[in-house]
Design a protein around this ligand. Structure first.
Ligand code: ZN
Length: 266
């Protein structure tokens, strides 16, 4: 299994793509969020991930930087299905509010022939906390991250070898999610900037956390590997080194601060 980061930036990033990634199990791929536009196509092409392998997509929430790329994915896969170049079905998982937003945007912006694929070849699963799904050889369990801004879900994935991965979406950890996150082998967590740079980037006003906050949580929860994403983009050339150093000052496990298109073996 590997994770391929398609984007690592926050919503307004111009120098990298919005945070989204794939979990790849040989030929089977789960896409998690799709960034804010049709740059998702370029990211998938650069990562050499064929559309045919993407069998499922999970959308954390309906903010622009996560859901608009999903509209493009639906358009692309519906077109491929029409050309008989994709083996349907394509499964989409998200909570009710994200499902509503997705369907509304699709109805307003996509040709009717593609909308007709919903329920036929494109299956939209509205999930609630605790619901499970199988994707790319993993068992996923979805959970509410208790966002203060907009309803958002994360997920726990049991990898094919039994190890656990938790994705917290793009907001700070809430203790109500403890049972889905504690003792994870992998924790995917947002970190808007370093604690040291909090006066420059104001993460707390944006309901985001710092690298030090994420590291502290990971340490407390007994996580083995911490992957940080959804960051500011003013420090991309030094981000990996500086973020890693700050996280390691409070967390004893492995720290990963990937660049766009980086692949990490799980
Ligand atoms: Zn975001």
């Amino acid at each position: 299994m590997e994770i391929v980061m398609l984007g690592t930036g926050y919503a307004m990033a111009e120098n990298c793509y919005n945070t989204c990634f794939t979990l790849v199990n040989e030929e089977e791929v789960l896409l998690v969020d799709a960034g804010g536009g049709n740059q998702i196509f370029q990211q998938l092409a650069s990562a050499k991930i064929p559309y045919q392998n993407i069998k499922a997509m999970f959308i954390t929430h309906a903010h622009t930087d996560h859901i608009l790329g999903a509209i493009w994915m639906i358009r692309k896969l519906a077109a491929l299905i029409h050309k008989k170049s994709y083996a349907a079905p394509f499964h989409i998982y998200c909570h009710d509010q994200a499902a509503d937003a997705l369907l509304q945007i699709c109805r307003l912006t996509l040709p009717a022939k593609f909308i007709r694929e919903f329920g036929e070849t494109i299956i939209l699963h509205t999930v609630e906390e605790g619901d499970k799904a199988l994707a790319a050889g993993m068992e996923l369990t979805f959970f509410d991250i208790h966002s203060t801004k907009l309803k958002q879900f994360g997920f726990q994935a049991i990898l094919p070898d039994g190890r656990k991965l938790a994705c917290l979406g793009d907001e700070p950890y809430n203790p109500e999610c403890r049972r889905f996150v504690e003792h994870s082998d992998w924790l995917l967590c947002e970190a808007f900037c370093r604690y040291e740079d909090r006066e420059t980037f104001h993460p707390y006003e944006k309901h985001h956390s710092t690298v030090r906050d994420a590291g502290t949580i990971a340490n407390k929860l007994g996580v083995k590997n911490l992957l940080l994403y959804h960051t500011e983009e003013k420090s991309l050339s030094t981000r990996k080194e500086r973020y890693t150093a700050e996280a390691q000052s409070v967390f004893g496990g492995n720290v990963f601060v990937p660049d766009d298109l980086e692949r990490i073996k799980l």
